[in-house]
Design a protein around this ligand. Structure first.
Ligand code: C2E
Ligand code: MG
Ligand code: MG
Length: 670
């Protein structure tokens, strides 16, 4: 460096000599031109040559000097024109040697994604980004600033006599410059920054200050990277929308495919995203669309995927080549693929859960029409929602169930108006008396063709649709009408147990008001009613159930816990229970009695009796079981051993036949 400046000085000094020569030659030339005869005429060309040589020498020395000046300037700068690492180190050394480092600020910068730019667009474009960024940094500087590039895409500004606010303002200025540039740039710039100041409350030595700024910069980098990934995922996936294919177009494509692909074994898949509306609700439509687009792309990328269509909304159709696979293999592959797709989507988007419900249908029967295949795959897709694996392959049984479900849902209202629902009675027998002491009311749906549908075929479905509320109220009304008629006719009657669906708990007041109105209308003795609420319902909403029980208790209506022990049992529920009665599920005795089973029942009875609950056992089919339960003190028994559920007329007849000789408590003389 020293040598370089000496050379500059020599150049500068050397320039005087040709300059003097030039002046001298010009003066001599002047004399030779105007003094007649004193100088030889041959001297003039010589002097002219001297002038030219002096000018040339002067020019060469001038260029040499500038070159040396530039070289020595470049010694501490790099291609970006700012100071380099050496200069930075020298400056830092000076700062470290100072007695204090008060009010010194350090800002560290790092360009984001430069490697990708280099890899994708070449190093020229990468260099351009660095230079552009360096020029923006230069524009944020003041007279107290020292800017250096100390790594490929890393820069530092050391700002003396500064404050955190000043550094924040410099960063804001830089952000504005970069944002303006990015608006039109083909390769936008993004940077991470970290800074801190060594000030009185917060005093750092230079090395600590560097470290703090560096850590902050890396935190910023990580945060920005995440943001950019999300934004990139969004923009990649939202910038287009996949037009849905109409059912007619899909049918005709499938037909073409079926005609052409006799060589292939193919699986038709119909898929949708479980609870997709929740993604829209929680993250907005833009994210929702992006997720769907990403889902579509992922389906297309699946190995052996032949074609993918968006059917409608979040429902997609795909054809998978399963040549060489068994159906089970194929379904296993679909499940693996689904899990991978779901995983990728959860990693790419801010969604916490992503479930793909898939219906599958092999295109194996040439007699089946394309539109039927579509219906089959759709049926399987809906069934998949009830499966733990979220994958279901179409079967004929599934189609039958689906038709039945459709029939239930669509004919319910009409059936209710036409009185297709009938109440059946299953008598309960007193453990001590052996007589009919009460009965459970069970609904039956008698179809116009005389087929009788059992509750298992329609109650769960009506619970899904919410229609069970109206069905229950209809059943209660029929039961109260029976009571009212029997009372008016002076006939024997017994208390009735009525099933209460958990769907009512969504609107408990509505139920209370409706039951109140029915009780008033039919002048029902409320102590002749027991509502059966399943244990599972209690566990799901204990507060609402207890609130309802309290309201029923005020009206002297008793409550029974139905199906106790059917799978959800916890002894803890018994602790908080407000029920009057516990009805042991038939599972306790379904497989007969075992020594361990007997102990469980004995201890349970003991517990319930100490809690003053009456005990009913259902599903009694053998004398062995009934003898045991009666011996252990069961209050009431219900089961096929005694009576099956019977229609109203049969029940009336039964009550007549079995009327006890002694006056029945519930017979009221007209
Ligand atoms: P649940 O309340 O536990 O009713 C008892 C079920 O057990 C009845 O089936 C009955 O026929 C059956 N059962 C009784 N004794 C025996 C036996 O010894 N062996 C066997 N294997 N079964 C026996 P059902 O009538 O098919 O009713 C099924 C379920 O449907 C009922 O279970 C109840 O949860 C529901 N349900 C019935 N009617 C109504 C209603 O009006 N409203 C509501 N919400 N649910 C109802
Ligand atoms: Mg019941
Ligand atoms: Mg039950």
């Amino acid at each position: 460096m020293k040598k370089r400046s000496q050379a500059v000085n020599v150049c500068q000094a050397g320039m005087v000599f040709p300059f003097l020569c030039l002046l001298l030659a010009m003066w001599a030339f002047h004399l030779a031109s105007y003094s007649r005869g004193q100088f030889s005429p041959s001297l003039r060309p010589l002097l002219a040559a001297c002038i030219v040589c002096s000018v040339l020498a002067e020019t060469v020395l001038l260029i040499l000097r500038d070159y040396l000046v530039e070289i020595s300037a470049r010694a501490y700068t790099d291609v970006t024109g700012v100071q380099d690492k050496k200069a930075l180190e020298k400056y830092l050394r000076q700062l470290r040697e100072r007695s204090d480092t008060l009010d010194i600020g350090i800002m560290m910068f790092d360009l984001n994604g430069l490697k990708q730019i280099n890899d994708l667009y070449g190093h020229d474009k990468g260099d351009l980004c660095i230079q552009t960024f360096a020029s923006f940094l230069t524009r944020t500087l003041s007279s107290n600033s020292f800017l250096a590039r100390f790594g490929g895409d890393e820069f530092v500004i050391i700002q003396e006599h500064t404050t955190p606010d000043e550094l924040a303002a410099m960063d804001a200025r830089l952000q504005t410059l970069v944002a303006d540039y990015d608006r039109t740039a083909i390769l936008p710039i993004s940077y991470a920054v970290g800074y801190d100041v060594s000030y009185r409350d917060h005093y750092y030595l230079m090395d600590d200050l560097m470290k703090i700024a560096d850590q902050k910069m890396y935190r910023d980098k990580a945060a920005k990277k995440r943001q950019e990934l999300d934004a990139a995922a969004l923009s990649v996936h939202t910038d287009r929308s996949i037009p849905p294919i109409t059912a007619a177009a899909l049918t005709s494509k499938l037909q073409t495919f079926l005609n052409a692909s006799s060589r292939h074994s193919t699986l038709l898949l119909m898929m949708d995203v479980g609870d997709f509306h929740l993604i829209n609700d929680a993250y907005g439509y833009q994210t929702g669309n992006a997720v769907l687009n990403a889902f579509y792309d992922a389906l297309q990328a699946v190995d052996r995927s032949m074609t993918v269509y968006r059917f409608h909304a979040d429902v997609f159709v795909a054809l998978l080549d399963i040549t060489g696979w068994t159906l089970d293999d194929a379904l296993e592959q679909v499940q693996i693929q689904n899990q991978q797709i779901a995983q990728t989507i959860m990693e790419t988007f801010p969604v916490g859960t992503f479930v793909i419900d898939t219906g599958a249908c092999p295109l194996s029967d040439p007699a089946v029409l394309p539109e039927d295949y579509i219906t089959h795959a759709n049926t399987a897709r809906r069934a998949a929602k009830r499966e733990e694996t979220h994958l279901c392959c179409y079967t004929d049984e599934m189609a039958r169930q689906e038709r039945q479900r459709a029939e239930v849902v669509h004919s319910f209202r009409h059936a209710l108006e036409c009185g297709e629902f009938q109440i059946y009675f299953q008598p309960k027998v007193g453990g001590a008396s052996g007589q009919i002491e009460s009965a459970e009311v069970l609904v039956r749906w008698v179809r116009p063709d005389g087929t009788v549908w059992m509750p298992g075929m329609f109650v769960p479905l009506l619970e899904e649709t919410g229609d069970v509320v109206d069905l229950d109220l209809y059943v209660y009304e029929k039961a109260f009408q029976w009571m009212s008629r029997r009372r008016a006719d002076g006939q024997r009657r017994v208390p009735l147990a009525l099933n209460l669906s958990p769907v009512h708990f969504a609107r408990p007041q509505l139920l209370m008001d409706a039951v109140d109105a029915l009780i008033d209308r039919y002048q029902v003795d409320t102590d002749e009613i027991v509502f059966e609420i399943t244990e599972s319902a209690y566990i799901e909403r204990p507060d609402v159930v207890n609130q309802l029980i309290r309201a029923f208790h005020k009206k002297h209506i008793r409550i029974s816990m139905d199906d106790f022990g059917s799978g959800y049992s916890s002894l803890n529920t018994l602790k908080d229970i407000l029920f009057d009665q516990v009805k042991l599920d038939r599972k306790f005795v379904a497989d007969g009695l075992t020594p361990a089973g007997e102990i469980v029942i004995q201890e349970l009875f003991h517990l319930l009796k100490r809690m003053d609950k009456s005990i009913v056992c259902e599903g009694i089919e053998t004398e062995e079981v009934s003898d045991f339960l009666i011996r252990e003190g069961c209050d009431e028994l219900q089961g096929f051993l005694y009576y099956r559920p019977i229609c109203e007329n049969d029940f009336n007849a039964l009550l007549r036949q079995t009327a006890p000789a002694v006056e029945d408590l519930y017979v009221k003389e007209a």
